[in-house]
Design a protein around this ligand. Structure first.
Ligand code: HEM
Length: 138
């Protein structure tokens, strides 16, 4: 049970970063395959984040009580994890409703949303690592 969270977190990190790279590649090369692959990565990345939030919450429940120095970081990590679901959930809905989104007028708003998601993802992943390797949380 305790090993589940560290095992699954690689999936959202990898697929959501891939989503961003493939989206930029589509803007550069206008190859529809790249856009479809970016969408596929977004779907897998969202479900990966969902499983990460689920296993992270179970891990918290099993690790109770915590040292004082990790509580703030843990809360921040959990809040950003939930924010990830909301941000990428929005992106998923927008892309599902408008498959040609990247060629239309809403493109920049969608790209801003993906950029916000990427920053949130990287900060959240960093905090997860800081909890384990910086603060010794296990
Ligand atoms: C409610 C949401 C979440 C909670 C409560 C939570 C909780 C935790 C806890 C307690 C740890 C430290 C203990 C350990 O890994 O053994 C941790 C580590 C970590 N978390 Fe989360 N997490 C959540 C969501 C996420 C999400 C969405 C991601 C990434 C997309 C993520 C990425 C990480 C990473 C990279 C680590 C370091 C793992 C390691 O190397 O051992 N977490 N998380």
């Amino acid at each position: 049970m305790l090993l589940l969270h560290p095992a699954v977190v690689h999936f959202p990190v990898a697929f959501l970063v891939l989503n961003f790279v493939l989206t930029l590649a589509y803007l550069r090369y206008a190859d529809l395959f790249l856009e479809r692959a970016a969408y596929g990565s977004l779907v897998i990345g969202w479900w990966g984040s969902f499983v990460a939030v689920l296993t992270g919450t179970l891990l918290l429940a099993y690790s109770w009580p915590f040292q004082d120095n990790v509580v703030l970081w843990l809360n921040l990590h959990a809040v950003l994890g939930i924010a990830l679901l909301l941000i990428y959930g929005q992106a998923l809905l927008r892309r599902r409703r408008a498959p040609q989104l990247l060629d239309g007028t809403d493109r920049n708003a969608y790209l801003r949303l993906l950029a916000l998601g990427l920053v949130t993802l990287l900060v959240d992943g960093w905090i997860g690592g800081h909890l384990v390797y910086g603060l010794g949380f296990r």
